[in-house]
Structures are given as structure tokens and as C-alpha cells.
Write a protein of this length. Structure first.
Length: 292
């Protein structure tokens, strides 16, 4: 049954993109969660939606832009939003979290305006909002894969600096790391991954793929690198399981991926609770033996 699934080109494109996103989204999500910026992904996803809405409006209004791929403006808006968010964080130095709702509100405002100008919701917009198994073209696949490889390479090259900034920003600055530069780079990487993931998961649910696998991994991992590895494994399980379920059950892939991620999180919490009880009971038995 699974073999017949891959006889279609669009299904192969979707699964390749899913495999790639299942790696880079939890990878970046690990840094986002540690830096307590989980809502940043939500804000940038709303900015990406504004880019998609503008693109759909332009393609309907101006004939020469009819073939414009909405993904490109989604990338552009997300990247611009990430840079603006970092700028606002420096402006509101003592209230940095304000940058997130400001960008989110602006993104949502532009989205609503241009969605209405583009004559409301349509099939294309719904596929970006909630993800689609059949919406990933070959050009989308190559674009997203190229961006994901770029993000992965940058993370490998800058891992030490990003790690220090995530856990001890003051020490990183004292060590000579240019925090502002690396923060900007990090924000752009997050924006690129969010814009890439929306084809599979959907704009409204993309932040879940960056945070839920990490939240599950934290429950059982012993160290940051182990958290990344386990989060990527959980992300791949959720993406592949979600795409297969979405295809055969005719569901939105974004929703199935998120629900599977939630189930994985619940299972890890149950596992951790059972493990703690087992450790405590074992220690109790050892203490009883010692006292005897």
C-alpha cells in the first residue's frame, strides 16, 4: 500500500520536502526553545502569510505576475519580518518580548487586507494555511531543499556561537562574539525555515513543528546535542506519519502532523513519569537492603 503511494511525482516531492523539513525545523526549534523565543515562530508565520496574500493579490491583479510563485514573497516577507523583529528587540531593550506581538499584529493586519483584496479565501490560500499533500511542485521541492541545506550548513558552521548565545549571552559577548550579528543570522534562518515549512505543515501550524518535537525531546534527553537528535527523530516520525495519514484519510497534513507531535509529547511525559517511579522504587529497594 505504501509502495503505490510513491508512484505519483507530487507525492514524492512532498515526502522529500517533508524529510528535509523534519530535520531543519526541530534543529532550529531546539535553539528557539532554549532562548525562550517559541512565539517568534508564530509571529514570522503570520508575516509569511502576508507575503503569500500579497503574492496572490498581485497574481490576480497584474497579468505579467500571474505565474508568480507565492513561496518567494513568503520568503521575502518572513526574512524582512525577522530582521525588523531583531531591530525592535534592540529598541525595546528592557521589553524585548514586545517585538513578537508587534510583528505578529502587523503580519496579520497585512494578511487580512490583502486576502480581502484578493477576493477572500481560495484553494491556493487554504493549502498554504493548513498544508497540502498535493501542493508541492518540483520547483518548490528544489527551492525548499536548497534553503534547508543552506540552513543546515550555517548551523553546523556557527554551532558554537549559537550555542553560547542561547545558554549564556553575557559570557558570549565577553568572549568576543558579535551577538547582534549572530542574532540577525539566526533570525533569518528561522524565517527561511518557517517559510519553507508552510507548504507541508501550513502557515498556522508551522511553529508546532519547531517546538513540539523539542518539547518532547527535552523530557527524555540528557544534554543539548541529544535533545537535537531526539527532536529530529520525533519530527521525522510526525511528518512522515502525518503525510501518510493525510493522504489515505483525506485530511489536512498540517493537522495530522501536529496531532502526531502532540501524541509523541504525551507518550514521552508518560514514559518520564514511569521511569521516575521505577528509579525511586529501585532506590527504595537498595536503601532497604543497605539498612538490613
Amino acid at each position: 500500500m505504501i509502495a503505490t503511494l510513491f508512484q505519483f511525482d507530487f507525492i514524492r516531492n512532498t515526502f522529500i520536502v517533508g524529510l528535509v523539513i523534519g530535520i531543519v525545523a526541530p534543529l532550529l526549534g531546539s535553539f528557539i526553545v532554549v532562548r525562550r523565543l517559541s512565539l517568534m515562530a508564530d509571529a514570522l508565520s503570520h508575516v509569511s502569510l502576508a507575503g503569500i496574500a500579497v503574492s496572490l493579490f498581485l497574481s490576480k491583479t497584474y497579468g505579467p505576475l500571474a505565474g508568480l510563485n507565492p513561496l518567494y514573497l513568503g520568503f521575502g516577507f518572513a526574512t524582512g519580518g525577522s530582521l525588523l523583529m531583531e531591530k525592535l528587540r534592540s529598541v525595546y531593550r528592557h521589553f524585548e518580548e514586545l517585538a513578537i506581538p508587534i510583528i505578529m499584529s502587523a503580519g496579520m493586519g497585512f494578511s487580512v487586507i490583502f486576502i480581502s483584496l484578493a477576493n477572500g479565501f481560495n484553494t491556493d490560500l487554504f493549502s498554504y494555511l493548513f498544508g497540502s499533500v498535493s501542493a508541492v511542485s518540483r520547483s518548490d521541492m528544489w527551492t525548499i531543499t536548497g534553503i534547508a541545506i543552506f540552513v543546515f550548513i550555517v548551523i553546523l558552521l556557527l554551532y558554537k556561537e549559537l550555542f553560547l548565545l542561547s545558554f549564556d549571552e553575557e559570557y558570549a559577548k565577553v568572549s568576543g562574539i558579535r551577538a547582534k550579528v549572530f542574532d540577525m543570522i539566526f533570525m533569518v534562518l528561522v524565517a527561511l525555515v518557517i517559510a519553507s515549512s508552510m507548504r507541508i505543515v501550513g502557515i498556522l501550524l508551522v511553529s508546532s513543528l519547531m517546538t513540539l518535537p523539542v518539547a518532547a525531546a527535552i523530557r527524555i534527553a540528557r544534554g543539548f546535542k541529544q535533545t537535537i537528535i531526539i527532536a529530529v527523530i520525533f519530527g521525522e516520525i510526525a511528518v512522515l506519519g502525518g503525510l501518510i495519514s493525510a493522504y489515505y484519510l483525506d485530511l489536512a497534513p498540517g493537522g495530522t502532523i501536529v496531532i502526531l507531535s502532540v501524541l509523541i509529547l504525551i507518550l514521552t511525559m508518560i514514559y518520564q513519569k514511569i521511569r521516575i517511579k521505577w528509579i525511586l522504587s529501585k532506590r527504595g529497594e537498595e536503601n532497604g537492603i543497605i539498612s538490613e
